[in-house]
Each structure stands twice: as structure tokens, then as C-alpha cells.
Design a protein around this ligand. Structure first.
Ligand SMILES: [Zn+2]
Ligand SMILES: [Zn+2]
Length: 135
């Protein structure tokens, strides 16, 4: 399950990884904690935080700051883009290629760009729907 990095496979890491695996919700640490407590009632939020950060620094998951107030954790470590709901903080993967997006040399400030990540912000269908009902 873990790539061979000579790092210890602890029960906490296995549980956190299992919760995140195939999870497209980009959960917060608190959401991961809530799910893990079912199978590991003794685990603390602090341990979940630490384990998430360990997994992120091992490159097994990605930590995202999408401006939703809390860090979000993503099992998809391949380059991809996100749709973010400004109302409820829902995050959805966007699998589309924006390789054609190029900055003109004059805007690059000397950087060599290796990847591009785009965040699309707005309202998810649920939030847009409840607005429509309210108005
Ligand atoms: Zn929403
Ligand atoms: Zn994602």
C-alpha cells in the first residue's frame, strides 16, 4: 500500500490512508478523525493531524489549502485541478488538461514553471439550488 520509503507502517497510518483512499471528498483532518474513530476509538485528533502531515510529507497524499478555512487532504497526488464551493467548502476534482495555459515570458519573473493548478470557485449544485429556493 505504501511506497517503499523505509518508513514505518503504523496502524494509524494504515487507518488514515484507508479513510482517504478512493475518497474524493477532500476531507479536513476533523472529517478524517470522525471516520477513523469508528474503527480506532482511542485515536486522538492530534495523532490524526500528525499522521496526515506524515503521509503528506511522504508524498502518499496531498495537503491542499483551497481557502476554505481548513487544510484539505487529497489521496490523488497526480497533478489535477479543483472546483471549490465558496458557500459550503465542497471540493471536487477537475480532470482536464490546461497544459495550453502559458504565461508570457514577461510575467514569469524568471521562474521555470513545471506544473499548473487551477482552482475554479463558485457555488456547488446544492448551494446554488438552496439559493434558488430561498429567492
Ligand atoms: Zn456548496
Ligand atoms: Zn483533488
Amino acid at each position: 500500500m505504501f511506497r517503499d520509503q523505509g518508513l514505518k507502517i503504523t496502524p494509524q497510518r494504515v487507518s488514515v490512508f484507508r479513510v482517504l483512499h478512493d475518497n474524493a471528498d477532500h476531507p479536513t483532518a476533523e472529517a478524517v478523525f470522525d471516520q477513523i474513530r469508528d474503527e480506532m476509538p482511542s485515536i486522538s485528533l492530534r495523532t490524526v493531524y500528525q499522521t496526515l502531515h506524515d503521509l503528506a510529507s511522504m508524498g502518499e497524499i496531498r495537503q491542499l489549502d483551497l481557502g476554505t478555512g481548513s487544510a484539505r487532504f487529497d489521496p490523488n497526488v497526480k497533478s489535477h485541478h479543483h472546483l471549490v464551493c465558496d458557500k459550503c467548502g465542497r471540493v471536487t476534482d477537475v480532470h482536464a488538461s490546461f497544459d495550453g495555459v502559458r504565461l508570457p515570458r514577461t510575467k514569469l519573473a524568471g521562474y521555470r514553471v513545471s506544473s499548473t493548478e487551477i482552482v475554479f470557485r463558485g457555488e456547488c449544485p446544492d448551494c446554488a439550488g438552496s439559493n434558488a429556493v430561498a429567492s
